[in-house]
Design a protein around this ligand. Structure first.
Ligand code: VGL
Ligand code: ZN
Length: 203
């Protein structure tokens, strides 16, 4: 069966949030419209401890947008965002959370970032999502959420690596776009991995 994966539809990624994704709140209506069409709906939640290693504020002399490394991997430093139990980490108030069957939290280890809902950026720890999906007989996922060029992209690439069929709902995604073109580049990489890029009215 197919499951719907909602990636990081959280306050801090909304235009009013700490790590604003332009037009990010547009994905909420798409998520709400699709949820009733799926027997299984899973949502990921970026869930950082205060002082997480991906926060520029945790490193002296670093600004959001700087790129260095963390845990031996290239790392963009971000504004403080999605701190565990803070309002910014909550799902958008307009999201129909009653329609979500399972929440997977990621980014909980201060020493490494975790864009993907499946593994951290070094593929060292597993969030448990793949075994959850396997246990529920899921062979494919339909994905939407925030942000196209980070957490959506890496979740999709990991899902493909796990052998899942993947469709990405284009109008259900919005991008950070630190550099112009990052969104389209992300869609291209996802397509190359074997994911289909679809619209919710033609999937
Ligand atoms: C995300 C940057 C940092 C995302 C999470 O959800 O795409 N981006 N943490
Ligand atoms: Zn994060």
């Amino acid at each position: 069966m197919k499951a719907l994966l909602l990636v990081d539809v959280q306050n801090d990624f909304m235009p009013f949030g700490a790590l604003p994704v332009p037009d990010g709140d547009a994905v909420v209506a798409v998520a709400n419209a699709l949820m009733p069409q799926f027997g299984l709906v899973v949502a990921s939640q970026d869930w950082h401890p205060a002082g997480h290693g991906s926060f520029a504020s945790a490193h002296q002399g670093r600004m959001p947008g700087d790129v260095t490394d963390l845990a031996g991997l290239p790392q963009v430093f971000w504004p403080d965002h999605c701190v565990q139990n803070a309002p910014g980490a909550s799902f958008h108030s307009g999201l129909d959370v009653a329609g979500i069957h399972h929440v997977v939290r990621k980014g909980t280890d201060s020493a490494i970032d975790s864009y993907s809902a499946f593994f951290d950026n070094g593929h060292r720890q597993d969030t448990g999502l793949s075994s959850y999906l396997r246990q529920h007989g899921v062979d494919g996922i339909v994905v939407l959420g925030l942000a196209t060029d980070y957490c959506v992209k890496y979740s999709v690439l990991d899902a493909r690596g796990l052998g899942l069929e993947v469709a990405v709902v284009r109008e259900g995604c919005r991008a950070v776009e630190l550099a112009p073109g990052d969104a389209e580049a992300a869609f291209a990489v996802m397509r190359t991995s074997g994911a289909r890029i679809v619209t919710s009215w033609a999937r």
